[in-house]
Design a protein around this ligand. Sequence first.
Ligand code: ATP
Ligand code: MG
Length: 435
Amino acid sequence: MGEVRILPPEVRSLIAAGEVVERPANVVKELVENALDAQAKKIEIETLGAGKRLIKVRDSGKGILREDLPKVVLEGATSKIGGVEDLYSIGSYGFRGEALHSIAKVSKLTIRSRHFSEARGGELYAVGGEVKRISEISHPVGTTVSVEELFFNLPARLKFLKSNRTERKAITETVISYALAKPDVAFYLEQEGKVVLDLKPASRDERIVEIFNLDYTPDHSVAETDIGRAEIFYYTNYRSNKFFVFLNGRPIYNREIQTHLRNKLGYRTLAVLFLEIPPYLVDVNVHPRKEEVKFLRERKVLELIGNLFGKKQRTPSAVDLLKSPLRVEYETEPSLGFEILGQIEETLIVAYRKGFVYFFDQHLLDEVAKFDLHGDETKACKSSLKAGQRLSKEEMEALLKRWEELGEPRTCPHGRPLYYKLPVEEVFKKLDRRW
Ligand SMILES: Nc1ncnc2c1ncn2[C@@H]1O[C@H](COP(=O)(O)OP(=O)(O)OP(=O)(O)O)[C@@H](O)[C@H]1O
Ligand SMILES: [Mg+2]
């Protein structure tokens, strides 16, 4: 007998479900998206045990027809698209007909709902995906979904969850994302009996001020190019760095945009960026839950975002930067093309740019900049940063920025190479992965 076995369908679907829903925040995301797709004007979310005991989402949307109630937990059950379409161009958040099915598989699920056209509502109760009961109830127009004992049948998944605090935070962040995307919808979030968010319908900037408790209205800017439109709200006096990015109304994550914003706005900025870009320029297949997005014309997208900060900018000269050796003036600087990955052995700066990982010699990097200023090798070398010095991210960024401004020299004044770059493609090949 061979060693390969084909898993029974029940096991396969449980595994698949566990992939759509990895943690409580994923459930919250799916239920909130469904509520928004149902045109809810008010969404109330309640969780217990960091979402492991209970996640309850109640909406004032159009509700579910009684005859549809048994269907919504079936695989591929959706009212949102009829066939194969350009999934990113559709107007709703949902389209796979997958979420409720997956959630049902890994929890004890109750859906209570009344459609606006019906006098009575319906209730469905399912355990591990199996429908146990369907009954008639009274319920206001709209839907209440309760997810109890998440992962009761996937104990391994429960073990992989982070601390309750972290899981709760992920839930709050999820709700905040949608609350930012839809300021005209009222959101209420309660965790372990405590009110976390209570947001009335508002304008975009009012909502930002309210969620983050800002003491003044964030700056606002709009830009348009041939590729699309960008709108940003940013507050540069925040206690940490927080960037929210939305693409055609969906919260997304994109590394390059994050880096770009950080370079433009610095480390104490809260920014909310809305992009409207035609769906055919977006590659959503990067992440199974479609959280990470790649753009086919990335440079153009970054240029569009760059235009948001347009005119006011001033490029500091190398001399300016050297006067205060490792100070960075974020607001006024053009963006750094690199994403800093870290420092190795207090000697090398590791950074990523366009498909390559660069290893820079920190001492030589500093030396070329000083040489450019003094024009004197020995002096430059003496006053330079030594290997063995810990650098902050800001310091590393300042060094790379100077190097970019100097025209990206390959060697130091003595002719030693400044960096070594490794194509990520190579690494992918080594790992048998397609680039
Ligand atoms: N809160 C709700 N209000 C009204 N209808 C809902 C609600 N939640 C789910 N439905 C109905 O149930 C169907 C299945 O929901 P489900 O989330 O599983 O799939 P989807 O939203 O169509 O796609 P996706 O899997 O991408 O989220 C939806 O298409 C919708 O018709
Ligand atoms: Mg859905």
